[in-house]
Ligand binder design. Structure first.
Ligand code: 8YV
Length: 318
């Protein structure tokens, strides 16, 4: 076990850009080096051995190669709940602790999932464009699909999935879910097949963590099971969905529509999606409120402070 980092010798490596409300206090409190985009070898040659902690975001992460280049790295602090950009397996092999920011963002992400679902089913964003184009003078807006009382399938009934389910119970929705295992103390029906869940859902909501095991699991087959009256909502990660298959299914109306906050290659969004009225697009804003991002920043910093003091984390991942 490596000796615990002490604040006096603690050096933090900032990996990737971060918002000022996080970066300013981080640099005020700690001895921080930014990992440069260029000249990394030269930087690491002189700084690597001094780095005890890496501080990153869900958008960037710390890969295994960088971990192995930092011989005294003891912890990775992640701003965000998703750690799919950090090589957690290598961190575990090297005895490097990883923290993330669960719970503080659950409500805001769940709110966006419900918002996207209502928007795409009732065509709210599309109706706004309808009025702005002056089309109302030509006739009534097309009918949408009722949300209340519908069947909602949730892929991944974790913290965020459960929060979404709780919200939609208020709409009289019939909730079911798929995940590797049944969730303890939950009465919603569990499907051991994602395709079967999709087949029995009007809305399929993707709330599962992104990992090698979940990459592309919302496949063409699952989308076809969801079918021409089904809607897909994704507030997880674009990688969980076969994005080419999704675009094709939407263009060919093999599914009714989609509400998407995340994409496979952000900030790039398939251009076909921007032409479709049965799609609602948002730029990965799930946790993007002033309150929640401040809470995420504080939790990240609290993890760092605690690790420096006693070598443990408040919200360790895994
Ligand atoms: C990002 C997210 O953290 O928490 C996550 O996993 O997807 C977002 O809240 C945010 O965009 C900062 O990287």
């Amino acid at each position: 076990m490596k000796p615990k980092a002490q604040k006096s010798t603690c050096t933090v490596l900032q990996v990737g850009p971060m918002p000022l409300y996080l970066e300013v206090p981080l640099h005020q409190e700690f001895n921080v080096h930014r990992l440069p985009d260029g000249g990394r070898q030269e930087f690491l040659a002189t700084k690597a051995e001094h780095v005890n902690i890496a501080f990153t975001t869900s958008t960037v992460g710390v890969d295994g190669r960088l971990m192995r280049a930092l011989p005294n790295l003891q912890a990775v602090i992640n701003f965000g709940v998703g750690v799919d950009k950090t090589d957690v397996q290598t961190a575990n092999e090297l005895g490097i602790l990883v923290s993330n920011t669960p719970d503080v963002l659950t409500d805001c992400v769940a709110d966006v999932a419900v918002g996207l679902l209502i928007d795409v089913a009732r065509g709210i964003s599309a109706a706004d464009r309808f009025i702005r184009r002056g089309d109302w003078a030509q006739g009534a807006y097309p009918l949408g699909m009722r949300v209340s009382g519908k069947r909602v399938g949730i892929l991944g009934l974790g913290r965020i999935g459960l929060a979404i389910a709780g919200r939609l119970e208020g709409f009289g929705a019939h909730i079911a879910y798929h995940g590797r295992n049944r969730v303890v103390d939950v009465t919603y029906p569990w499907y051991d097949s994602l395709a079967e869940l999709a087949q029995n859902s009007d809305f399929l909501i993707v709330a599962v963590s992104s990992s090698p095991a979940t990459t592309g699991i919302v496949s063409r087959e699952v989308l076809d099971a969801l079918g021409p009256r089904g809607y897909l909502i994704n507030i997880s990660r674009g990688a969980v969905v076969d994005e080419d298959a999704l675009v094709e299914a939407l263009v060919q109306k093999r599914i009714a529509g989609a509400g998407l906050d995340v994409f496979a290659h952000e900030p790039h969004v398939p251009k076909e999606l921007a032409t479709l009225e049965n799609v609602v697009l948002t730029p990965h804003l799930g946790s993007g409120t002033t309150e929640t991002r401040q809470d995420m920043a504080e939790l990240s910093l609290e993890n760092l402070r605690k690790f420096v003091i006693d070598g443990t984390l408040i919200t360790p991942f895994g």
